[in-house]
Design a protein around this ligand. Structure first.
Ligand code: C5P
Length: 235
């Protein structure tokens, strides 16, 4: 497959067309942003680490029957994915209170949620990705009710699979964000699954192994990302 011109540049990735219209070529960048683009920086080797970590999770999920856009890794920081029409809903799944949920409901970070919380955000940079509900999604026609039912079920299955996979490497899955899109009429899990999009805490020490180290200036950001990759692959 041939990498052709760039069709989209996001905050963390560049997407290129290929000579096959069914596939995109994705390049993961070292650029990091937080707070809707207000904080900008770079995390050395982040693109390489997130590309590899995402591949591990996508392959894991595929092996458990979840359909994703992942096709194959083509270099340290590039993967081939199925071409998706993105559904403009970001799905956040939460097991333990952190981040914006701590602020919204007033419970301290680290509070274990007795039931998993599922949230939807409207994927719109200009609006700052506002929190929305199923009724907004239907009214804005962002996805059909059937698609949302499938997305909800898939997001919760992903939770079980990832938590079970991360437990033996001593990582708690606090929360994460998923994106979905359609490919030839089928809804597939897209985007990335990495320390940029998940909160990972060491089970024993509670140490943050994710983008909160960048957001909150906690230091050793690259080291934390590397540690996640090391625990998943030994690399
Ligand atoms: O900031 P908040 O607590 O709502 O984030 C919940 C989860 O979703 C975190 O794991 C965060 O990394 C992820 N997230 C993301 N992209 C966004 C917003 C949140 O990956 N635009």
């Amino acid at each position: 497959m041939q990498k052709l011109e760039m069709i989209y540049e996001g905050k963390a990735k560049k997407v290129y067309r290929t000579d096959n219209p069914d596939y995109f070529w994705v390049e993961y960048k070292d650029d990091a942003t937080a707070f809707n683009g207000q904080k900008k920086g770079t995390i050395d080797n982040k693109g390489i680490i997130n590309n590899k970590v995402s591949a591990v999770f996508f392959q894991l999920l595929e092996s458990k029957g979840i359909s994703t856009h992942f096709v194959e890794l083509v270099s340290d920081r590039e993967m081939i994915v199925k071409a998706l029409q993105i559904i403009k809903v970001e799905v956040v799944v939460r097991n333990i209170v952190a981040g914006s949920l701590a602020k919204r409901i007033g419970l301290p970070e680290g509070t274990i949620l007795p039931r998993t919380v599922l949230e939807y955000y409207y994927k719109d940079d200009a609006l700052g990705d506002p929190l929305i509900n199923a009724s907004h999604i239907a009214a804005l026609e962002l996805a059909t009710p059937e698609q949302m039912e499938f997305i909800k079920e898939t997001a919760l299955k992903v939770n079980e699979i990832m938590r079970e996979y991360l437990a033996p490497v001593n990582i708690d899955l606090i929360d994460y964000k998923l994106e979905f899109g359609t490919h030839k009429g089928q809804v597939l899990l897209g985007d990335e699954i990495s320390p940029d999009t998940c909160r990972f805490w060491d089970k024993t020490t509670g140490e943050k192994l994710d983008k909160d180290r960048f957001r909150r200036d906690l230091g050793n950001v690259e080291g934390a990302y590397r540690e996640v990759l090391r625990r998943l692959t030994g690399e």
